[in-house]
Design a protein around this ligand. Structure first.
Ligand code: GDD
Length: 357
C-alpha cells in the first residue's frame, strides 16, 4: 500500500525528549498525524506537545502487550523508536533498567509489528548511537567495528543488531540511524553541552559562581538536533532500508566547548593546574568559574568520537546545516532568555539581560 505524506501516521516513542519534540514538529509540518508514547509515570508532559497536535498515549516500553496494543490502535506508517535511557553515566548505575528499556523495549516494538502482521505497512527508525563505537579509532563510519564502553553502548548495540536481524529475517523496513551527539536549547540539563550553557548564563547573571565538570579532554562530534531529525525522516523515505551515520565530521573537546560558551558572553578563560586540580578563572576578574569534580568521571570513558557521514550525504543527500559555533550561540541565547523571563516574573532587575536578545 502506498501513502501520500499528508495523512501518513507516525508513532514516536520518546516523544518528550529533545529529538521527539523536533521530530514531531517536522512531521506535523509535512502533514503527518503524529502519535507519541509517554511513559505512564513521566513527570508532567509539556502541554505544548498537545497544543501542537500530537496525540499522546500513556504506556511503557518494557511492557510488550501494552506496546503491541498501542501500535495496533495507532496503525502507524512510520515508527520512530527514540525512547531510551540515554545518559551514559547513569547507565553504569542502572544497567538493568538501561537494558530493559533500550534493548528489550526495542525488541517489543519490532515484535509488535511482526505479530500484528504489519511488516509490509510499517517502516521503523531505530535510534542507534555513536556510543556503540566506543573505543574504536576515529573517524567512525558504518564499517567501523563496535567496541562499546558502557552498559548504555551495549544496550544500544543490542537494539541495533535486533533491528538488522528483524530486517533480514522478516523483510521489514528498519533503518538504524547511528547518530553522533546532537544538541539544542531543549537538550536535557544533565548532558554536558546544556549543563555548560545553563551554567554560563547563570554565572553571567550572578546567580551562580562556578560550575563543576568531569573529563574536559573527551572529544565529541556535536551537531544540532534539528539537522539530525531531518536525517531520521530521510532514512525512512529511501527505497530500501539501510543504516546511516549522521555526524558533522568536526570534533571538539569539552574544554573547547566550554571556552567558546564563555566567549559567547565576552569572558576569556585562563586555565590553571592539571588533572583533577585543573581550574578555569575569568581572565579579567581572576574569579574561579570552573573546577573539576572527579565524581563526574565515568568508570570507563569514550574518548574520541568523530563521525564520517559520507554515506548519508551520498545516498540520501543529507548534510548538517547548523555549525558548531551557531549551536553554542543559540543555546546560550536561549538560556539567557530563560533567566530573563524568570527575573521578569519575579520582578527582579532584568536590565543586564535585555541586551542578551
Ligand atoms: N554529562 C556530563 N556532565 N558529561 C561531562 C561532564 C559533566 O559534568 N564533564 C565532562 N563530561 C564529558 C563526558 O565524560 C563525555 O565524555 C562528554 O562530556 C559528553 O557527555 P554527555 O553530554 O553526557 O554525552 P555522551 O557523549 O556521553 O552521550 C550522548 O551522546 C550519545 C551519542 O554519541 C547521549 O546523548 C547519548 O544518549 C548518545 O547516544
Amino acid at each position: 500500500m502506498t501513502h501520500t505524506i499528508a495523512g501518513k501516521i507516525a508513532f514516536i516513542t520518546g516523544i518528550t525528549g529533545q529529538d521527539g519534540r523536533y521530530l514531531a514538529e517536522l512531521l506535523l509540518s509535512k502533514g503527518y498525524v503524529v502519535h507519541g508514547l509517554v511513559r505512564w509515570d513521566a513527570a508532567p508532559v509539556d502541554p505544548r506537545l498537545v497544543e501542537m497536535g500530537v496525540v499522546l498515549h500513556d504506556g511503557d516500553m518494557i511492557d510488550a502487550l501494552n506496546i503491541t496494543g498501542i501500535i495496533k490502535a495507532v496503525q502507524p506508517d512510520e515508527i520512530y523508536n527514540l525512547a531510551a535511557l540515554s545518559h551514559v553515566r547513569v547507565s553504569f548505575d542502572t544497567p538493568g533498567s538501561t537494558f530493559d528499556i533500550n534493548a528489550k523495549g526495542t525488541l517489543n516494538i519490532l515484535d509488535a509489528v511482526r505479530v500484528l502482521a504489519m511488516e509490509e505497512r510499517v517502516r521503523i527508525y531505530q535510534a542507534s548511537s555513536s556510543e556503540m563505537f566506543g573505543s574504536s579509532a576515529a573517524p567512525q563510519n558504518e564499517d567501523t567495528p563496535f567496541h562499546p564502553c558502557s552498559p548504555y553502548g551495549v544496550s544500544k548495540l543490542a537494539g541495533y543488531w535486533l533491528g538488522r536481524i528483524y530486517r533480514d529475517s522478516y523483510n521489514m523496513f528498519i533503518a538504524n540511524g547511528i547518530l553522533f551527539n546532537h544538541e539544542s536549547p531543549t537538550r536535557g540539563a544533565d548532558f554536558v553541552t546544556r549543563k555548560i550553557t545553563r551554567a554560563v548564563a547563570a554565572i553571567e547573571a550572578g546567580q551562580q559562581e562556578r560550575m563543576t565538570l568531569g573529563n574536559l579532554d573527551s572529544i565529541r562530534d556535536w551537531g544540532h538536533a534539528r539537522d539530525y531529525v531531518r536525517g531520521m525522516w530521510m532514512m525512512l523515505q529511501q527505497d530500501t532500508p539501510d543504516d546511516y551515520v549522521l555526524a558533522t565530521g568536526k570534533a571538539h573537546s569539552v574544554l573547547e566547548f566550554v571556552t567558546l560558551a564563555f566567549e559567547a558572553i565576552g569572558v576569556e578563560l585562563e586555565w590553571r593546574g592539571e588533572g583533577v586540580d585543573e581550574i578555569a578563572v575569568n581572565a579579567k576578574t581572576g574569579k574561579t568559574v570552573i573546577t573539576i569534580d572527579p565524581q563526574l568521571f565515568r568508570p570507563k570513558e569514550v574518548h574520541y568520537l568523530l563521525g564520517d557521514a559520507s554515506k548519508a550525504r551520498t545516498k540520501m543527500g543529507w548534510q548538517p546545516e547548523i555549525r558548531f559555533e551557531q549551536l553554542i550561540e543559540e543555546m546560550i541565547k536561549a538560556d539567557r532568555r530563560e533567566i530573563l523571563s524568570v527575573l521578569e516574573e519575579t520582578n527582579d532587575d532584568g536590565d543586564l539581560w535585555r541586551k542578551a536578545g
